[in-house]
Design a protein around this ligand. Sequence first.
Ligand SMILES: NC(=O)c1ccc[n+]([C@@H]2O[C@H](COP(=O)([O-])OP(=O)(O)OC[C@H]3O[C@@H](n4cnc5c(N)ncnc54)[C@H](O)[C@@H]3O)[C@@H](O)[C@H]2O)c1
Ligand SMILES: O=C(O)C(=O)C[C@@H](O)[C@H](O)[C@H](O)COP(=O)(O)O
Ligand SMILES: [Zn+2]
Length: 360
Amino acid sequence: MQTLTVELPDRHYPIHVGPGLLDDASLLTPHFTGRQVMIVTNETVAPLYLERLKTTLADYDVHEVILPDGEATKNLEHVERIWDALLAAGFNRRATLIALGGGVTGDMTGFAAASYQRGIAFIQVPTTLLAQVDSSVGGKTGVNHPRGKNMIGAFHQPRAVIVDTDTLNTLPARELTAGLAEVIKYGLIRDVDFMTWLEDNMAGLRSLEAPLLTEAILKSCAIKAEIVVEDETEQGVRAHLNLGHTFGHAIETAMGYGNWLHGEAVGAGMMMATGLSQRLGWLDEATLERVASLLNAAGLPRHAPTEVSAERFLELMHLDKKVTDARLRLVLLKALGKACITDEVNETTVRELLENWERQ
Ligand SMILES: NC(=O)c1ccc[n+]([C@@H]2O[C@H](COP(=O)([O-])OP(=O)(O)OC[C@H]3O[C@@H](n4cnc5c(N)ncnc54)[C@H](O)[C@@H]3O)[C@@H](O)[C@H]2O)c1
Ligand SMILES: O=C(O)C(=O)C[C@@H](O)[C@H](O)[C@H](O)COP(=O)(O)O
Ligand SMILES: [Zn+2]
């Protein structure tokens, strides 16, 4: 097992990464704030891992909530199911929530923890690659609104992140690929050497070679932790983690939550952000090709869906949380490994990109 620490100014928490960690009570119990524990998971993950985690925690007062699966369930109705279960069990402020599953489970459990009795402790036990490299770290929690992605939420940091890398063995290939989008993101925004490493090792990652996956998870979490420590509530540099997301979230919302996976939409969105950076003269053609090849090698889409017109894109992109004073604020690339946030891109240039971008 290897451990990173997220060293926030006033708190810190561990990210433990390794095989078999679901069986290790000593990684979880020191972070409990009392004996009451509620595991939140979904109907796909529960048959795979819930009993094991409950056995690990047999000495505690452990309850469970099993939610339906899917991005379309990431809403207040299902957070309410968690609140209801906590109240029905008579849980108080000393209760601890555990999110066992992917980013959907983690985001909703985190938000339930942020809001139940004005805030209780929670622990992330991510079981998708995407959740292990991104959503379990950093404390962004929340739900979607029919009008826009992640529109309702709170910053609420977990007490610990426990990444059992064995759980990736049951993950469908499409979900692994979606997680690779966020892994590639870290290379693009901050670390060209990591991007080169990904180019060299993409085939091994996709065939679930454990040492490679562990290295990719550790590197991704290290980059994310570094950025979150610098800017916990996204006043500045944290927005770099949003590369491709202004386009990507528009795709997810326009297509109906769950039809394009988050990672797939971010893959196409990163390609569009890279294309815009090239149009602005910041990147050359060869760099654009290099990004396209890496996304392709990961099995990610590079084109936007035909169903989303330029007009609809722009409408949804204006709902992005980074927008200020009605101006789009986009995360683009000044160079490979060097992200920037800008509100100086002329909307006509964005419209031209959207009108001419190949659709699939
Ligand atoms: N909070 C953040 O910082 C942050 C960062 C990135 C993404 N997100 C959010 O995360 C969500 C996407 O997360 P995701 O990609 O994990 O999706 P997800 O939670 O829907 O999980 C993907 C699928 O894999 C299944 N699954 C989970 N673990 C499994 C396992 N080990 N074996 C087999 N199946 C398994 C799930 O049941 C689901 O069907 C989006 O809502 C996105 O907005 C949040
Ligand atoms: O942690 C962050 O900050 C991120 O932006 C990570 C993203 O991968 C993630 O999808 C996040 O939920 C997007 O945040 P949002 O504020 O645009 O909803
Ligand atoms: Zn994301």
